[in-house]
Design a protein around this ligand. Structure first.
Ligand SMILES: Cc1cc2nc3c(=O)[nH]c(=O)nc-3n(C[C@H](O)[C@H](O)[C@H](O)COP(=O)(O)OP(=O)(O)OC[C@H]3O[C@@H](n4cnc5c(N)ncnc54)[C@H](O)[C@@H]3O)c2cc1C
Ligand code: SF4
Ligand code: SF4
Length: 608
C-alpha cells in the first residue's frame, strides 16, 4: 500500500480561491460612501470564518463583537454596546494567539476610532452619516476631472469635446496624458470585474488624435489684476482659470521658459517639450501674460507686487535640492539630481561619458537621474537605497524601466562618506542595513552587523529630496513651517489678505495633478475674494451610457520602445495605443456616473 501521495487541489479549492480573488478585487476597488459599521461587521464575519477556533479570545471574542455590531446595525444598539465592543476588542487584541484574532480586533479598534461618529449615529438615529456618493475615478483625481465623461466622448471619436471637458478641471491634459501618476485609477470600479481602466492611456489617445482647438472663451474683463509668482503647473493652472474668469493675470518666472519642474526636471524621454508647449500655448491664448527671467525676491521685491496687484499668488514649487550631509558630500563630482536634470534643459549637461555613477535615493527623481545618466553615456549606473526594493517610493514601472536600461539597484545600503582624491570623487563608503521595526507605518532600516563597503565611482548623484526656497517670502511676513508656506485649505495665507499660495511650496514635493488641484482651488477662492462668483463650464454634452453586457476583458497597457534602443536617446519612451486598443479600453468603463453609487446626482458637477 502507498505511504505518500502527490498533493492535488482539494475539490472546491478553486472555487474558494476564486471567491478570495473576487473579494480582493472588490476590496481593492474600495467603494466610497459605504457604511463603516456594515463593512466592519462583514470583515469580522470573514475573520471568524478563518479562525481555527483553538483560542477562546478569537473564537468567542470575535463572535461576541459580531453580535453587538449586528445589534447596532439593526437599530437596537446602545452606547454601552459600543463601549463593550471596545473592551472586548482590546481583550482579543491583547490575548489572541495569532494574527487572525489580534489583527481583526485591531481593525475594529481602528475603525471605531476613526468612524466613531458613524457608529454613534447608528445608535442614536438608526442610520449612517457616511454618504459620499462620488464616482471613484472623479473623486480620486485631485482635480476631479470628469473621467467617465471624457472616456465616453473619446469612445465616440469626439476628441475636441473630450479635451474641453478635461480642461474644465485640468488645463494640462497633454502633459498629464504622459506623466500623471493617475491616482484616479486606484479604486476604479472596473477592478471588481477584472482590472482598472487605463484612464491615462485613454487621455493620451485623445491627445494624439485631436486637431487644433480654438482658444477657450473668457468672461468679460473685470479690471482686477493678479500676479502669480512661478510658472509651474500650479501657477499656470490658476492663471488659466482666473483669465477665463475675466481677470488680468501676469506670471513672474525666474527661468527662461514656463513649465516649472515639468520643463526643467522631468526628462524629455518621459515628457517631450511639444506636449507641455501645447498646454502652455492654450493657457497663454486666454490672455495670460508672462514676465520671464525675473526672480521675485531678487529682481523685484514681493512687497512691490502686493502694492501693484489686487492679489498675489505664490507658486514657487520645491526647487532646491537637499544636499548630502556626510563627510565629503561637497567634493567635486557630487551632483544634485535636480540641478543635473535642469542643466540638460539649459544645454549644459555634465560630462558623464565613461564614468561610474552612483545615484543615492529611492524615489522617482532618483530613477530620472539614473536613467538620464545612462543616456549621457555613463559606464555604469548604480542606484543606492537604504531600504528594500519594495519600499522604494518610485513607481514600479519607473524602477522596471531603469533596470531594463541597465541601472543596477543596490538595496539596504546607507551612505557614510565620500572618499576623494585631489578633491574629486573616488568612492562612496556605505553601511549595510537590515530592515527593522515599523515607524510611521513602514519598516525602517537600521545598521546591520556587517562591515562597511567601499563602492568605487567617479560621480555621486544625490536624489534625497527637494526643499522650498521660501526665505524671502518668510522675511516678508508669509508664515512658514519648516520650509513650507502655511495656508488655509482654501490656499489663502492666514492674516495676509490678498495673498494665496499653492502647489509644491505648500505641500512639499508632490505631483503635477496635486499642483493643478491647488491652482484650481486658488483660482476659485481668489475669484470669490475679489467679489465674483464666476463659473467654469465646458458646455459639452456627455453621451448617455450604452447597455452593453460586461465580460471579463484584459486591461490595455501602453507599450514602450525597446530598452536597448531607447537608452541611447532622449526620445519619448511610451508608444501610443492603437485605435482598436483605445475603443476596447473605452468600452471597459462601467459609466459609474450613471450606475451604482454616484448615479444619484448624475455623478458629476457640470461646472465649478
Ligand atoms: C525629477 C522630477 C520628476 C518628476 N516626475 C513627476 C511625474 O512623473 N509625475 C508627476 O505627477 N510629478 C512629477 N514630479 C513632480 C512635479 O513636477 C511637481 O510636483 C510639480 O511640478 C509642482 O508644481 P508647482 O507649480 O508647485 O512647482 P514647480 O513646478 O516647481 O514650479 C515652480 C516655478 O516657480 C518658479 N520660481 C520659484 N521661485 C521663484 C521666484 N522667487 N520668482 C519667480 N519664479 C520663481 C520656478 O522657476 C518654477 O518655474 C517630478 C518632480 C521632479 C523633480
Ligand atoms: S489628470 Fe491624472 S488623476 Fe486626473 S483623470 Fe487624468 S490621469 Fe487621472
Ligand atoms: S469604471 Fe469608468 S466610471 Fe467607473 S470608476 Fe472606472 S473609469 Fe470611473
Amino acid at each position: 500500500m502507498e505511504r505518500l501521495y502527490l498533493k492535488t487541489a482539494p475539490l472546491g479549492q478553486k472555487t474558494t480561491d476564486d471567491i478570495y480573488a473576487g473579494l480582493n478585487r472588490r476590496v481593492n476597488s474600495g467603494e466610497r460612501g459605504v457604511c463603516p459599521v456594515d463593512i466592519t461587521t462583514v470583515f469580522l464575519r470573514l475573520c471568524q470564518s478563518q479562525s481555527c477556533g483553538k483560542c477562546a479570545p478569537c473564537r468567542i471574542g470575535l463572535g461576541r463583537i459580531v453580535e453587538l455590531l449586528e445589534k447596532i446595525l439593526a437599530g437596537n444598539g446602545k452606547l454601552e454596546d459600543l463601549e463593550l465592543i471596545l473592551t472586548t476588542a482590546s481583550a482579543v487584541s491583547d490575548s489572541a494567539d495569532c494574527a487572525i484574532g489580534f489583527e481583526a480586533a485591531d481593525m475594529v479598534l481602528g475603525g471605531i476610532e476613526v468612524y466613531r461618529k458613524d457608529f454613534e449615529a447608528h445608535v442614536n438615529q438608526g442610520s449612517c452619516i457616511a454618504s459620499n456618493q462620488a464616482v471613484r475615478c472623479i473623486w480620486n483625481c485631485p482635480a476631479h476631472v470628469d473621467v467617465p465623461g471624457y472616456i465616453a466622448l473619446c469612445g465616440q471619436g469626439r476628441y475636441e469635446d473630450a479635451i474641453r471637458l478635461i480642461r474644465k478641471d485640468n488645463p494640462l491634459p497633454s502633459t498629464c496624458s504622459l506623466i500623471c501618476e493617475s491616482p484616479c485609477e486606484k479604486f476604479c470600479r472596473r477592478g471588481i470585474i477584472d482590472n482598472t481602466v487605463n484612464i491615462r492611456a485613454i487621455k493620451r489617445a485623445v491627445i494624439d488624435r485631436v486637431g487644433k482647438i480654438p482658444p477657450d472663451e473668457c468672461a468679460p474683463k473685470t479690471g482686477k489684476k493678479i500676479a502669480a509668482v512661478g510658472g509651474g503647473p500650479a501657477g499656470l493652472t490658476a492663471a488659466y482659470y482666473l483669465s477665463r474668469m475675466g481677470h488680468e493675470v501676469t506670471i513672474y518666472e525666474k527661468r527662461k521658459f514656463l513649465g516649472g519642474m515639468l520643463r526643467y526636471a522631468i526628462p524629455l524621454y518621459r515628457l517631450p517639450d511639444r506636449f507641455l508647449d501645447a498646454d502652455i500655448n492654450a493657457i497663454l491664448a486666454t490672455g495670460v501674460k508672462s514676465v520671464m527671467q525675473t526672480e521675485i525676491g531678487k529682481d523685484i521685491p514681493f512687497d512691490e507686487l502686493r502694492e501693484k496687484y489686487d492679489v498675489v499668488l505664490v507658486t514657487i514649487g520645491a526647487q532646491g535640492g537637499k544636499a548630502l550631509d556626510i563627510p565629503g558630500g561637497d567634493c567635486e563630482g557630487v551632483l544634485l539630481a535636480g540641478k543635473l536634470l535642469s542643466d540638460i534643459i539649459d544645454n549644459s549637461p555634465p560630462d558623464l561619458k565613461g564614468k561610474n555613477v552612483v545615484v543615492i535615493g529611492g524615489g522617482n527623481v532618483a530613477m530620472d537621474a539614473a536613467r538620464t545618466s545612462i543616456r549621457l553615456g555613463a559606464r555604469s549606473v548604480r542606484c543606492l537605497y537604504r531600504r528594500r526594493m519594495e519600499d522604494m517610493t518610485a513607481l514600479p514601472e519607473e524602477i522596471e524601466g531603469a533596470v531594463a536600461e541597465g541601472v543596477e539597484m543596490v538595496m539596504l545600503r546607507a551612505p557614510l562618506r565620500v572618499e576623494s582624491s585631489g578633491g574629486k570623487v573616488e568612492a562612496l563608503v556605505v553601511q549595510p542595513q537590515i530592515m527593522g521595526e515599523y515607524k510611521a507605518g513602514r519598516p525602517s532600516p537600521r545598521k546591520a552587523n556587517l562591515p562597511q563597503e567601499r563602492i568605487e565611482c567617479d560621480v555621486v548623484i544625490v536624489a534625497i529630496g527637494q526643499s522650498i526656497e521660501s526665505e524671502h517670502f518668510s522675511k516678508c511676513g508669509i508664515p512658514i513651517h519648516y520650509d513650507k508656506i502655511r495656508t488655509h485649505l482654501s490656499c489663502a495665507i492666514p492674516e495676509m489678505t490678498g495673498v494665496f499660495a499653492g502647489g509644491d511650496c505648500i505641500f512639499g514635493p508632490a505631483t503635477v495633478i496635486r499642483a493643478i488641484e491647488a491652482g484650481k482651488v486658488c483660482a476659485a477662492n481668489i475669484d470669490n475674494y475679489l467679489g465674483f462668483s464666476h463659473q467654469i463650464d465646458s458646455g459639452v454634452k456627455i453621451p448617455p451610457p450604452s447597455h452593453k453586457q460586461q465580460y471579463m476583458c484584459g486591461r490595455v497597457t501602453s507599450m514602450e520602445r525597446e530598452a536597448l534602443v531607447r537608452k541611447n536617446d532622449f526620445a519619448l519612451i511610451e508608444l501610443p495605443i492603437t485605435d482598436e486598443e483605445m475603443l476596447q479600453e473605452c468600452s471597459r468603463c462601467l459609466r459609474c456616473d450613471h450606475r451604482g453609487l454616484g448615479a444619484l446626482k448624475d455623478g458629476r458637477s457640470f461646472r465649478w
